[in-house]
Design a protein around this ligand. Structure first.
Ligand code: HEM
Length: 384
């Protein structure tokens, strides 16, 4: 026997929610494993165990089983998205993911450590003595330069990559205008041409980088390499910037050193991506919640990370907790492919920052940007 899900109302653009969505998630937890979010017209899962089961359950997936015809003004955006591993399921997804992982090896990631350390020092050397925005001066620079080097495109293109990435990720926000969609489409077209030009050059002369390694994987098609390069930049960049910003705030507010457990706890406590959707491929009842074929549901990762059934005093930032897997990187078949790189960047970036700037302090109360499903700061004005 299943009961209809409780109904909750919450505008995702409401300023109080944008600044602190956790009271809303706590309200949802008090009602059960899942609720119906009126403004999204979607069933949303907040319970940790149920969200994890769904991430790995074959009845759920990212690929839309009945894709509608895409509007003409989004042709270039969808040309990229249609080959993105994040939007595919079996049989293509596991093959594509395996091929990309063969190029994106742990050695390739580990080898970046000295470069990331040097880059962090170089950026800190340039910090001004007056208050400044740590997001633009530091948190944004590390991931974009690292991913550019990893792919094998020049550092000096970082500002263009950033601009394209910003325009494209607007497509994943709760509220977006027609102008945002047109800008995302233009960015997708320009970004694809840019990656294709580099692929053509590397086909003639291979270099020791991820793009060349993907070209060498014969099972990857040209459009898949272009989409993967764009996905790595978009997925790898925005989430890491926001995680670093949110973690700096948590570490300063709790006077906590930047240790590995503290960084993991920061990712549990205030992750940058709050909502991921899944399509339901067949009727199924899990933990008393009925899911219906054809329905699209949401998994609220940040709510699952504060599930009181999973974590003692979930709203407390406590790096000394017994480590348990949080859901900031998802789980199951789409588990974040870049998690080792993100952990390396955050570990080095935060450690070097706090070692070099022991008196780092917030000059203004941090304000979150109105960009849900992302949860990241607008700016982070600090003094060193
Ligand atoms: C702290 C930073 C990051 C966070 C919080 C994060 C979070 C996530 C999450 C939650 C997913 C799963 C989405 C789903 O299941 O629907 C995901 C997937 C993915 N992430 Fe990350 N990510 C981060 C950094 C990175 C980096 C640095 C890269 C690469 C350079 C990356 C590349 C990817 C890719 C390619 C996927 C798709 C995997 C697949 O579909 O099989 N991410 N990420």
């Amino acid at each position: 026997m299943t009961q209809p899900l409780p109904l909750l109302h919450q505008q995702p653009t409401d300023p109080a929610f944008v600044q602190n969505p956790y009271p809303f998630y706590a309200k949802a937890h008090a009602l059960g494993a899942a609720f119906h979010w009126a403004e999204y017209q979607m069933d949303c899962v907040v319970q940790y165990d149920l969200a994890r089961r769904i991430f790995s359950h074959p009845a759920f997936g990212r690929a839309d089983p009945n894709p509608a015809k895409k509007p003409d003004h989004l042709t270039d955006f969808w040309a990229v998205e249609d080959h993105s591993m994040l939007e595919l399921e079996a049989p293509r997804h596991p093959v594509l993911r395996k091929q990309v992982l063969r190029a994106f090896t742990s050695r390739r990631v580990r080898d970046l450590a000295p470069e990331i350390t040097a880059l962090a020092h170089q950026l800190i050397d340039a910090f001004p003595s007056q208050p400044f925005d740590l997001l633009t001066a530091y948190a944004q620079q590390i991931p974009v330069i690292v991913i550019a080097r990893l792919l094998g495109v020049p550092d000096h293109d970082a500002p263009r990559l950033l601009a394209w990435s910003h325009d494209i990720v607007k497509m994943y926000q709760a509220q977006r205008s027609h102008a945002d969609e047109v800008a995302a489409n233009t960015a997708a077209a320009e970004f694809s041409n840019y990656v294709q030009t580099h692929i053509d050059a590397k086909r003639c002369t291979a270099t020791d980088d991820l793009l060349s390694a993907m070209i060498a994987e014969e099972a990857l098609t040209g459009p898949e390499i272009v989409s993967t390069a764009i996905l790595l930049l978009n997925a790898g960049h925005e989430a890491t910037v926001h995680t670093m910003g949110n973690a700096v705030v948590a570490l300063i507010n709790h006077a906590c050193p930047a240790s590995d457990p503290a960084i993991e706890e920061a990712m549990r406590f205030d992750p940058p991506l709050h909502l991921f959707t899944r399509w339901v491929y067949e009727d199924v009842i899990l933990d008393g919640v009925a899911f219906h074929k054809g329905q699209q549901i949401a998994l609220l990762l940040a709510a699952a990370n504060r599930d009181p059934a999973r974590w003692d005093q979930p709203h407390r930032f406590d790096p000394s907790r017994v480590p348990q897997q949080h859901l900031a990187f998802g789980a199951g078949g789409h588990f974040c492919l870049g998690a080792p790189l993100a952990r390396l960047e955050l570990g080095i970036g935060l450690r070097v920052l706090f070692q070099r700037c022991p008196d780092l302090q917030l000059v203004q109360p941090p304000q979150f940007a109105d960009i849900f499903h992302f949860h990241g700061l607008d700016r982070l004005i600090v003094q060193v």
